[in-house]
Design a protein around this ligand. Structure first.
Ligand code: ATP
Length: 697
């Protein structure tokens, strides 16, 4: 798997790295599903760049993740499929008919470009593409706006394609189509970056700690698997390497989830290696951190058991939109406000009313200099204070709203505090965070319906204990909330749940700190409908469909839905869904996934595993849908979570019912195979699915 040992770097030392070097890595990545190989290839690519052309590291990270900028300030290429086709046609000289034939044969625009270009003979040799050059051209495409932009974008794409040789054409076009088809998910890229830094000599990356010099034998599968299985090897150099890797991986992942910006992380590495990196790339106002996520539960009994009867608070789970609010008083007295979605999207211009609320908060609290809070924005009837549904909130315009435009009022439920007065607050247990939150954000104008008081009950404070929690649950059931969020108040220890540890009766720590990007067991959600159905609703991606019959003729029905493979990031078909849709929804789906558009293909074009499902049409994965089902079953057709419940059969969802589109979630937020397996296990623990029950034939 090691593409280029460092002592044989395939380009003149000190000069920019060729794009072909990265593409060589991409070719290897797309040919494997092995996590070990993926990590080795990524590590070697990044390590080689760190040592021989540091300026290529950042563009390589973006090209590997098929993005151009950090997630909270996305930059779109704005290249439609037809522009890319025209560019391929121009560069290859093929007729539209010949090109169409290639599309029908392969279905993948990258493969088409590769084939189309393989017949082109050039008389003049073109300068090799560089990693930095390709990234800069992509930025240029994205920034090209205004009149004639389409033509100018096409011409930049053509220039790239003219210079692309062999496999470069394939991966260039896949990059342009935002469908790279390699199994390098964010976690692998961060892990590889950490390993690459450890393997880079201190002279290349200023690091005061002693760093190991690159030795290809140290990055063999052997070492990696030993590290993964936690086996101790006798070789002390290897042990030292594995220890350094573990430390670096945890560090870089933690930094990224608090400050998801490759530019700043690479800059931080270049200016001092891993030492003090967290201080150079800290939690920062204006840069969203990945939010903490909750784990589903099915009953209050389960909650008491999972939290080992430790003190917790139960809050209403309001049905609105999650908002991470950043506020800062600048040196000139101005107030800077940013509001980010659960998926780190900048929503500041959607909520000018919340922005003005933050101004009011600052004007009333002179000691407040900066904060980051977590909150739920909920639609409200301002006169009566009655909460309105999520659907009503989603009718609100998404961007550039002015205060005068607002027809749907909102209120804000602040439920967590992550940063206060220029200091991170993540490491404090929830009890302390909540105390400061209450202190700093009192309901200063009780009649101001924009700022709502969170309904809650503490398990420890209520004199009647469990009874009060039961009552609160009943109130949640009768209210418009989705149910309860249960939050551990203090750091604690709970019984281990994993096999060997459990048998030994070991305890494991359960922190009540704010855990960015983790589905933590210290945050449990109990939704009203969990009690009746699978432990949680699932967030699934439509990846295909069949032609509808009878009343649904002319529409897509059923729709094939997929989960996301936790390791490779690929989508895996899970179940067919044909209930919960309105006729209007069917119609809009037929338009969005029309047969002659780039969202629909008769052959599989997007990276997904279909198992035994053979839909009439395959869909571009562009949406996440919330779906509920009766239970998780073992299925002879699905290969989702293959091996977890049965060696030969995957898991599927019985009686899936569409609930709503989750615009606030990206494909990478779709339910993972790991979560699916966890839901299956939860179901088994509750005694469902025994003795063949739950097997879907
Ligand atoms: P779901 O699909 O169940 O809304 P999710 O995957 O979006 O879940 P989770 O962290 O698992 O996110 O569930 C908690 C969600 O509930 C938050 O994202 C937030 O939007 C919402 N919420 C509403 N009220 C609260 C509250 N009091 N505390 C925490 N989250 C709350």
């Amino acid at each position: 798997p090691l593409t280029y040992p460092v002592d044989q770097v395939p380009w003149p030392p000190g000069t920019p790295a060729p794009y072909a070097f990265l593409v060589h890595g991409l070719v290897t990545l797309s040919g494997t599903k092995s996590r070990i190989i993926i990590l080795n290839v990524l590590t070697n690519v990044l390590c080689t760049l760190l040592r021989h052309h540091t300026d290529s590291v950042l563009p390589a990270l973006y090209l590997l993740s098929n993005t151009l900028t950090p997630p909270y300030s996305p930059l779109e290429l704005g290249l439609g499929g037809s522009i890319i086709s025209k560019a391929i046609q121009h560069v290859s000289g093929l007729t539209p008919a010949a090109l169409k034939k290639l599309y029908v044969k392969s279905g993948d625009p990258g493969d088409v470009a590769f084939e189309a270009k393989s017949n082109v003979r050039t008389l003049v040799a073109h300068k090799p593409l560089l990693i930095t050059g390709v990234y800069d051209s992509l930025l240029m495409i994205a920034h090209t706006k205004g009149e004639g932009a389409t033509k100018r974008k096409q011409s930049i794409a053509e220039k790239l394609l003219v210079s692309a040789k062999g496999e470069e054409s394939r991966y260039l076009v896949r990059t342009l189509c935002l469908n790279l088809r390699v199994g390098a998910v964010r976690l692998s890229i961060l892990t590889a970056l950490a390993r690459a830094v450890v393997l880079t000599p201190p002279s290349d990356v200023a690091d005061s700690t002693e760093s190991l010099y690159f030795d290809s034998s140290l990055v063999s599968s052997d070492v990696t698997s030993a590290a993964q299985k936690g086996k101790k090897k006798d070789n002390p150099v290897r042990e030292q390497l594995v220890a350094k890797w573990n430390y670096a991986e945890a560090l870089i992942r933690r930094i990224y989830v608090q400050h998801p910006n490759y530019d700043h992380i690479v800059e931080g590495i270049n200016s001092g290696g891993l030492n003090g990196l967290a201080g150079r790339v800290p939690l920062t106002i204006g840069i969203p951190l990945h939010p903490t996520l909750g784990s589903p539960t099915r009953s209050l009994d389960e909650i008491y058991e999972r939290l080992n009867n430790q003190p917790f608070t139960a809050e209403f789970k309001y049905d609105g939109q999650r908002a991470q609010i950043h506020g800062k008083r600048m040196a000139n007295g101005q107030i800077d406000v940013k509001i980010f979605s659960r998926h780190l999207e900048d929503m500041t211009s959607k909520y000018p009313d919340v922005v003005s609320l933050v101004y009011d908060i600052f004007s009333r609290s002179e000691h407040l200099s900066s904060f980051i809070t977590d909150s739920e924005i909920v639609a409200i009837e301002p006169k009566t204070g009655v909460l309105r549904s999520f659907q009503e909130l989603s009718n609100r315009a998404r961007k550039d709203v002015t205060l005068g435009d607002i027809k749907i009022s909102v209120c804000v439920y602040l439920f967590d505090l992550m940063y206060l007065n220029d200091k991170p607050f993540l490491e404090h247990p929830f009890r302390e965070r909540r105390e400061r939150l209450r202190e700093c954000f009192p309901p200063f104008v009780p009649e101001d319906s924009r700022f709502a008081r969170l309904d809650h009950v503490d398990s420890c404070e209520s004199t009647t204990g469990r009874e009060a929690i039961e009552e609160f649950w009943q109130r949640a059931v009768e209210s418009s909330s989705e149910g309860l969020m249960i939050k551990l108040l203090d750091n604690t220890e709970v019984e281990a749940t994993d096999g060997a540890e459990k048998e030994k009766g070991r305890k494991k720590p359960l922190p009540a700190t704010y855990e960015p990007d983790k589905r933590t067991s210290a945050w449990l959600k109990l939704k009203k409908d969990y009690v009746e159905s699978v432990g949680d609703s699932l967030d699934l991606v439509p990846v295909g469909a069949w032609y509808g019959n009878g009343r649904k003729a002319g529409w897509w029905s059923p729709i094939l839905l997929a989960v996301r493979d936790a390791e490779s990031g690929r989508l895996v078909a899970l179940c067919k869904c044909m209930s919960g849709f309105s006729d209007a929804f069917y119609k809009s789906m037929k338009a969005e996934y029309a047969e002659d558009t780039e969202n629909c293909s008769p052959v599989p074009r997007w990276e997904s595993e279909m198992g035994g499902f053979r839909p009439d049409m395959y869909f571009r994965p562009i949406h996440v849908w919330e779906v509920r089902g009766a239970d998780i079953t073992i299925s002879p057709v699905s290969v989702a979570s293959l091996g977890s419940a049965s060696a030969t059969r995957g898991l599927s969802l019985r009686f899936p019912r569409f609930i709503r589109v989750r615009d606030d979630k990206a494909i990478e937020d779709a339910t993972s195979t790991e979560q699916l397996t966890e839901l299956w296990r939860g179901q088994q623990r509750r005694g469902k699915g025994k003795d063949g029950e739950g097997v879907d034939d």
